[in-house]
Write a protein that binds this ligand. Structure first.
Ligand code: HEM
Length: 214
């Protein structure tokens, strides 16, 4: 079957992906300094930059939610358990034997079942939990300086635990993500696609997107 270069990731999608990656890495970097893991920017600067970047991430997330809903691209993340074992088997064994990818990447289904599940969890649970706990942390400390009576929070401890656990899981995801980037059709094809937008897909799938029958 002939292959064709296809625009898989649109401009906004790439902008959002890379900005989100940069913000999360910087938030982790400043956050773990606030946590006391090391000293680089100084505690006060780390807090200041952490707060500024947090607001920037929230702004980006609002735009991204709007984009996903209006373009219908959110459907790419709806989880499915179909072929999930085949995908897991590929990552654990097949990949080391040069086996073919068990699921095909198409414009209408860019993510394999494991990616769908992981990104769904990331978007619906992990990122919201980290942002919400961060906001509670922020407004607990600054405007009231002691407690948020409205939501009956008397101690920062559970908030700090959720926020720090969220941060650790996000960093864990990032490490796994860096490895999985290299597992596309070629070692660099996934990275190239997210940089340029284009990836080589089988022609059949291009036709599918255009709505024409082969
Ligand atoms: C976007 C929403 C976020 C907000 C509003 C936010 C806000 C905050 C605030 C107010 C603090 C406490 C600062 C202080 O003690 O003065 C904090 C700490 C921290 N943040 Fe965030 N943050 C956000 C996202 C993130 C992300 C995405 C990460 C990591 C990937 C992260 C990692 C951390 C860590 C590790 C700490 C130290 C926690 C502790 O030791 O208790 N934050 N954050």
């Amino acid at each position: 079957m002939a292959n064709k270069q296809v625009l898989v990731y649109k401009g906004f999608e790439r902008f959002w992906h890379w900005m989100q990656a940069a913000f999360i890495m910087f938030l982790a970097f400043t956050g773990f300094e606030i946590h006391g893991a090391y000293s680089f920017l100084g505690f006060e600067n780390a807090v200041r930059y952490h707060n500024i970047t947090a607001y920037m991430l929230i702004g980006l997330v609002i735009f991204a939610i709007f984009w996903h809903l209006t373009t219908g691209e959110y459907r790419q993340y709806l989880p499915t358990f179909k072929n999930i074992m085949a995908q897991l088997d590929f990552y654990l064994f097949g990949i080391f034997r040069n086996a073919p990818h068990p699921t095909k990447k198409t414009l209408l289904s860019k993510l394999n079942p494991l990616q769908r599940l992981t990104y769904f969890f990331l978007k619906i649970v992990l990122i919201p939990a980290t942002i919400l706990s961060g906001l509670v942390y922020l407004f607990y400390r600054y405007p009231s300086r002691n407690a948020i009576d409205a939501i009956n929070i008397g101690s920062l401890k559970p908030v700090a635990i959720v926020h720090t656990a969220g941060a650790i899981l996000l960093v864990t995801f990032l490490v796994g993500h860096l490895y999985l980037i290299t597992t596309g059709t070629t070692v660099t094809s996934n990275l190239k696609a997210m940089l340029t937008g284009y990836e080589e897909l089988e022609e059949e799938e291009v036709v599918e997107k255009d709505g024409e029958k082969p």
